[in-house]
Design a protein around this ligand. Structure first.
Ligand code: CP3
Length: 364
């Protein structure tokens, strides 16, 4: 067990041995609502920007000391209940043999659009090709206090395929969907290869100390439910099956997934991550009682005054209730323009309202 007293700047007042985040994900009765924030290590923090002045983004990801430093930065400021490995969904794509740059989003030099392109992709051994990721996790497990959970992650096969086939960000994903409908066998072969790499990556991350894993299927919501079931769901389910580790919650996140929630749960994921386009109460009705929910404040609310942030956070905590597990998060990554104080307001409100709702007290 890490010694929290050796890192007093990170120590939490309620330091226990079993993180609130993990107890919540397991469905235990908890004292309050845990919170972490997607992209919590990032450009809205001046100390992150200072590190970035010395190194480009990929160098940060590949240098354990720097990746550990930026992962810890938000924990020093805010009472967050989890931290996420600092890396990117494109790191395994690079390990599979593609050339990827960041500007600031991923740009793939030679997009994959044919059977030959899929065949050329390797199945990387994470220990050999991504040792820096595993070393970062091992150091983090020693450095973070025992009350804070360490989350590993990967892009989901479909979201990684989106960048690999499109070559970068896209508005309508015509190359990706074109491949899907014109060459379904090639598309499935790509998804299968990605699924194996993703599962290998997540298993290695768990072995290196990740206590939970999140699969980012950011672009799943561009598909109809029928196409999600045909082209994506079996591959996600295969990843969940391969990665399943007792005591290690599996979080499946996507945006624009209001039409997909039931199918996402059928992949076997323990926690379903939502963006703000779905109401928490609606998600609760549609997912089974044991399924945990993560989300779902619109990141733009953090541009509002603190009273608005507090009210919107309270509404989500109340709507989530206490009958089924809820992990608070934003509905998507935090904006780089977010005022730092807004995050303080959010974290404090979620913990306070989570305690109040559990005590059955009225809102003040
Ligand atoms: O705290 C954390 O969450 C940090 C770890 C992390 C990053 N990217 C760091 C990052 C994680 C979990 C990701 C996941 C990721 N990367 C996703 C899924 C989540 C999502 O946002 O939907 C996606 C789609 C990517 C691909 C990617 N990488 C994009 C679209 C961008 C540009 C982001 C932007 O805000 O402009 C990146 C670059 C990136 N990844 C940055 C960070 C901190 C900014 C890089 C910089 O410092 O220049």
């Amino acid at each position: 067990m890490p010694d929290a007293t050796a890192h007093s700047s990170l120590a939490r007042p309620d330091d226990g041995l079993d993180p609130l985040f993990l107890r919540t994900a397991r469905g235990e009765a908890v004292e309050t609502t845990p919170i972490w924030i997607m992209r919590q290590a990032g450009r809205y923090l001046p100390e992150y920007r200072r590190v970035r002045e010395q190194a480009d983004f990929l160098t940060l990801c590949r240098t354990p000391d720097l990746a550990v430093e930026v992962t810890l930065q938000p924990l020093r400021r805010f009472g967050l209940d989890a931290c996420i490995l600092f890396s990117d969904i494109m790191v395994p794509v690079i390990a599979m043999g593609l050339e990827v740059d960041f500007n600031p989003g991923p740009v793939v030099a030679d997009p994959v659009r044919s059977e030959a392109g899929v065949r050329a992709l390797g199945r990387p051994d994470p220990v050999e090709t991504m040792p820096f990721v595993l070393e970062t996790l091992r150091i983090l497990r020693r450095e973070i206090p025992p009350s804070v959970a360490l989350i590993g992650f990967s892009g989901a096969p479909f979201t990684m395929a989106a960048y690999m086939v499109e070559g970068g960000a896209s508005k309508d994903f015509t190359a990706l969907k074109g491949l899907m409908f014109q060459e379904p066998l090639v598309f499935h072969a790509l998804m299968e290869k990605l699924g194996l790499t993703v599962a290998d990556t997540l298993r290695a991350q768990i072995a290196a100390g990740a206590q939970a894993v999140q699969l980012f299927d950011t672009w799943a919501g561009i598909l109809s439910p029928a196409d999600y079931r045909e082209f994506v769901m079996p591959h996600v389910r295969a990843v969940v099956d391969r990665v399943a580790t007792p005591g290690v919650p599996f979080i499946l996140y996507g945006t624009n997934t209001g039409g997909l929630l039931e199918d996402m749960e059928k992949t076997g994921a323990d926690v379903i991550g939502l963006d703000w386009r779905v109401e928490i109460a609606d998600a609760r009705r549609r997912l089974s009682p044991g399924c945990a929910i993560q989300g779902n404040l619109d990141p733009a609310v953090l541009f509002g005054p603190s009273a608005v942030i507090a009210r919107r956070a309270r509404e989500i905590v109340e709507a989530a209730g206490v009958e089924a597990p809820h992990i608070f998060n934003l509905g998507h990554g935090i904006s780089r323009l977010t005022p730092v104080e807004a995050v303080d307001t959010l974290v404090d409100t979620v913990h306070r309202e989570g305690r109040r709702v559990r005590a059955g007290q009225p809102a003040s």
